[in-house]
Design a binder for this molecule. Structure first.
Ligand SMILES: [Zn+2]
Length: 418
């Protein structure tokens, strides 16, 4: 079943040219109204959305109809409110797939029923190209769609300058199956190597086997997201057996033997630690941007909140890596205003309920989510709540306990999953 899922997604994603643009449109509907209302014609292919029944309480639903080039499609959708919390109930995410000719996917967010105003934002569109090898993808432009005054833009997060890239220059991200822990290998388009966490010590052989299989003898950037053993347990072995360029770690204090051994190993190998904290940019490959966006504070009571949260952008495709950050860090990231929209999300803290708030997921809006987690772990990860929220957000979820090592590659335009 999992294999089928993988094949399905591989098939689906390899044919897609994805781009992300943020459009917003506000509309108001009277609570008493139950008739279909046209929301707005938006941009590419003249998609229209209609909504019915605007007061969403538990078990009630919102109806969305799509028109493509002013023609009705079969994409009528009833969204049912599943929450009893009226605040959460007011936030709905919906992604629409499989439009006529497979040309457009859009995602909608509705919110703000508290003030009896329904807010729908068109936040995500996908254009499918039949044969990407013969057709040059061009980003559809929409002169009729002015800059959306509703959607905040982040002045600290400028548009990524497009580097000329050759086909085949891939950013390859491998979420290595290390049981209950994280170890993520990132191979950049220009051949640099980043290892984000090294799993628990019991799986250090799994990490080194993977590196060897990929023909890697040098780690250009080694990052310890935070000092917990399921992330740094295998790191001393990596440092002792591979050439290391630079090391990044958050300034967190831990007195565990594993952490002390790691610090001694770093020192004995003549390496120094660069502090991982919000605002740092790692420059190792000019074709991609690597930004550390958390931790934003210098002191937390919970070690997980120190997690280095990293966003990597290659042309039009972004990845977000959460480490074990929980809602405390997520809230700080949201407050910082940094752009966290990402196509691929490494879900925080193995899918724990205390990470991945709906508010946070609503901003990231991942198409794909990866949970690094061990089979039958004693923590109950990933929790049903987190899986529900990811489902609600519309993300396709991959899990290392079920799918093994997950590899998600991009040429900066399209995403391929193995
Ligand atoms: Zn962990």
């Amino acid at each position: 079943m999992n294999m089928n899922k993988n094949l399905l997604n591989l098939n689906k994603t390899s044919k897609k040219y994805q781009y992300y643009a943020v459009f917003g449109l506000l509309f108001s509907l009277l609570l008493s109204s139950c008739s279909a209302k046209e929301v707005k014609d938006v941009s590419y292919k003249s998609i229209s959305i209609s909504a019915e029944n605007t007061e969403l309480l538990r078990n009630e639903s919102l109806k969305i109809n799509l028109l493509l080039d002013n023609k009705a499609t079969s994409n009528t959708k009833d969204i049912t409110c599943i929450s009893s919390d009226p605040t959460i109930a007011s936030i709905i995410n919906y992604k629409i797939y499989g439009l006529n000719t497979g040309t457009v996917k859009i995602a909608c967010t509705t919110s703000d029923l508290v003030s009896n105003v329904l807010d729908i934002k068109i936040i995500d569109k996908t254009v499918t190209i039949d044969d990407p090898t013969t057709e040059t993808p061009t980003e559809p432009t929409d002169p009729t769609n002015p800059t959306d005054p509703v959607t905040p833009t982040d002045p600290t997060d400028p548009v990524i300058p497009t580097e000329p890239t050759t086909p085949g220059n891939l950013l390859v991200v491998s979420y290595i199956d290390v049981g209950q822990g994280d170890s993520i290998l990132i191979q950049t388009p220009n051949g640099k190597t980043i290892l984000l966490d090294a799993g628990p010590s019991t799986y250090q052989g799994r990490v080194s086997d993977y590196l060897d299989q990929e023909g890697i003898s040098k780690i250009d950037v080694l990052i310890a997201s935070h000092p917990h053993a399921d992330h740094i347990g295998g790191m001393s072995y990596i440092i002792n057996n591979y050439e290391i360029g630079s090391i990044y770690m958050p300034k967190a204090v831990s007195t565990t033997k594993t952490y002390e051994t790691l610090l001694e190993t770093i020192k004995s190998n003549g390496l120094t630690i660069n502090t991982a904290k919000a605002g740092i940019t790692i420059n190792i490959d000019k074709s991609i941007e690597i930004k550390i966006i958390a931790p934003t504070s210098s002191s937390y009571s919970d070690l997980n909140q120190y997690s280095a949260v990293i966003k990597i952008t290659y042309n039009k495709v972004s990845y977000l890596f959460m480490g074990d950050a929980g809602w405390t860090s997520e809230d700080e990231i949201l407050s910082s205003g940094v752009n966290i929209k990402a196509d691929v999300l490494k879900v925080g803290h193995h899918g724990s309920a205390t990470s991945s708030t709906q508010e946070f997921l609503d901003e990231v809006l991942p198409t794909y989510a990866v949970i690094c987690v061990g089979e039958d772990n004693t923590y109950g990860h990933p929790t049903e709540q987190t899986l529900d929220r990811l489902d609600f957000t519309g993300a396709d979820v991959y899990r290392t306990d079920q799918d093994g090592t997950v590899v998600i590659s991009t040429n900066g335009q399209t995403i391929t999953i193995e």
